[in-house]
Write a protein that binds this ligand. Sequence first.
Ligand SMILES: Cc1cc2nc3c(=O)[nH]c(=O)nc-3n(C[C@H](O)[C@H](O)[C@H](O)COP(=O)(O)OP(=O)(O)OC[C@H]3O[C@@H](n4cnc5c(N)ncnc54)[C@H](O)[C@@H]3O)c2cc1C
Length: 303
Amino acid sequence: MKVFENYHLPTSVSEALTLLAQYEGRARVVAGGTDLLVDSQTEYYEGQRPHYDALVDVTRLAGANEIYEQDGFIVVGCAVTHTQIVASSLIQQRATALAEACAVVGGPQVRNVATLCGNVAHALPAADGAVALMALEAEASVASLQALVPSNQWKPLAKIFLGPGQSAVDSTRELITALRFRPLGKNRASAFARVMRPQGVALPILGMATCAHIENRKSEIEIQDVAISAGPVAPVPFRAAQTEEFLRGKILGDAVLQTAAEILAKEARPRTSAHRATKEYRYELLPALLKQTLRQAVARAAS
Ligand SMILES: Cc1cc2nc3c(=O)[nH]c(=O)nc-3n(C[C@H](O)[C@H](O)[C@H](O)COP(=O)(O)OP(=O)(O)OC[C@H]3O[C@@H](n4cnc5c(N)ncnc54)[C@H](O)[C@@H]3O)c2cc1C
């Protein structure tokens, strides 16, 4: 049996939503297809191949392949690929962690078609783009048809992730039209790092993103605010709230970093995964990635 019967290429959000509504839950949004079509094959071999009456492709929606600044946010449309993110000087300079995360997603073929919104909608706790976006405190614009009128709502990313592969966005009836986050300016910067199996082109053993807001005094740097996210260390891309709380107002130094790493090891809950790593190894990596990303974000913010 085919994975889908019909393939639609709408050019507006309202056309896409109307199409989804017409299929009454039997159609699904598709962007690059790098998760959706791979998942379809995997489930096929487990005897549960999904079948859609239609796929509704969102890569031709007007304006959806653009990255732009609006109302103090950087906005990324739902057709923007990881390759576009990596090439964007705006994101390289003002949301460096996201450019670094998208640069390591899959290989070039995957990055050329896979979208950042697809990375979020798929809702995996280790998704590189999603981990970076969590530290940037991103929001998603979720469009749905209410009483046959398209409506848009910006939602914090944390509210989108419900569990591994479970999203609050129903991709058979709704779509994420864009993502947005604040550009990091004076005394603020970010960094992303991940550890990966050498031969791997899929998800990481551990990824982490850190955004730092500092005050640069003559001989020392005070961390005014910090956002740290990591995956996979929980059922969803994880914000390290207790570690962040400890670091606020601290002068950056070895002892502070050591205590922060200990707090992070207590609040994160990595698990053993059959194909990637043991939880013990992930616990070993947590302090290393925290020190690396925090020092790098702070150095960038200070430069
Ligand atoms: C070989 C390979 C290597 C990979 N390596 C990595 C990696 O290193 N790191 C990583 O994070 N990921 C990796 N991935 C996973 C994947 O490429 C990314 O998650 C990608 O960003 C998904 O985007 P897409 O546009 O292809 O999504 P699709 O496959 O088109 O869609 C994924 C899911 O999201 C839904 N969806 C898509 N767009 C929207 C939207 N705008 N609104 C609502 N729902 C939507 C779909 O219905 C589907 O359920 C890899 C995949 C492959 C095949």
